[in-house]
Design a protein around this ligand. Sequence first.
Ligand code: ATP
Ligand code: LTN
Length: 341
Amino acid sequence: MTESQAAKKPILLSGIQPSGHLALGNYVGAMRNWVNLQQDYLGIFIVVDLHAITVRQKPADLRKRCLSFAAQYLAAGIDPAENIIFIQSHVPQHAELSWVLNCYTYMGELNRMTQFKDKSQRHQDNINAGLYTYPALMAADILLYQADLVPVGADQKQHLELTRDIANRFNHTYSPTFKIPEPFIPQAGARIMSLQEPDKKMSKSDSNENNYIALLDPPDVLRRKIKRAVTDSAREITPESVNNAGIGNLLTIYSVLNDQTLAAVADQFAGQQYSVLKGELADSLVGFLEPFQQRYDQIMGEQGYLSSILDEGAQRARYMASRTLSKVYRKIGFVAPGRNR
Ligand code: ATP
Ligand code: LTN
């Protein structure tokens, strides 16, 4: 795609933190929609490593994971010729705009963020300022590119609303500067639940790996995790099963993978034992993830190719981001560098 063709399309933007193992919840809630929507948009897909260090990461693991996540974006079906894929720390404007936006974000707003509350409970030994101001960095990610649509899971709705509030506040204080982004939260699968604790969301950094399906789990592990997924003590599926945390979650995953409605799936399995659904779900997962993993292995075997995509992505991103950032600096009243030369 030429720059002028790309410039005409609206912008789709999203990111995932390179922490833990990319999981089925991330695919169903976010990546699947990136792939489905990419035709009509210029997609900007970011591996948000600056966000990941709000929780301690081992340097060698973080380095590997950033490349692995980018390869998984491609393996999921993001077309690198038509979209921009890059690593957040390669584009310094994210950190720069986030400082500015921190000064237009109220502590009262940040205090309400449930992700901050959750994560500070999980990491009580490291409740750092970055974890707290994280939404301003996320707002910078989105606003730098004048994004139109941001496909995310339901847990990010609150951060998206804050992004819109910050953008509106800045636009009203100065003059229109930022596009106000719309969230895209899928009807089905916006909140995939943990397999062992189905009252909380599936999370790729869960300390119990039986709680999530990693996109790179081998078939025997996939089958084992599904088999052990927690359900209730009833054994048979009924139309009401969709409202049950554990079995409802499995039905939801099956419906999304097979492009069926939840009601149709509940109908299809009505009267069957839970074990039948688990068996069929495991087959669907293996059928979906095996080709994904083959594409992933191939991409990881071509490191030069992956690096060239990320380098080109970062270069295009820096150009787009620098235009927004200079506008912001000018409106605030910062002196342009080299003004008297
Ligand atoms: P971590 O456990 O490492 O904090 P996470 O699994 O919550 O991570 P994020 O990097 O925070 O993942 O989110 C990446 C994307 O995946 C976001 O759009 C988020 O809304 C979506 N997502 C995360 N978990 C789920 C889930 N269980 N169901 C649906 N979407 C999800
Ligand atoms: N905060 C998100 C990840 C994220 C993101 C973004 C999502 C960072 N920057 C920009 C969409 C757009 C999360 O924790 N899931």
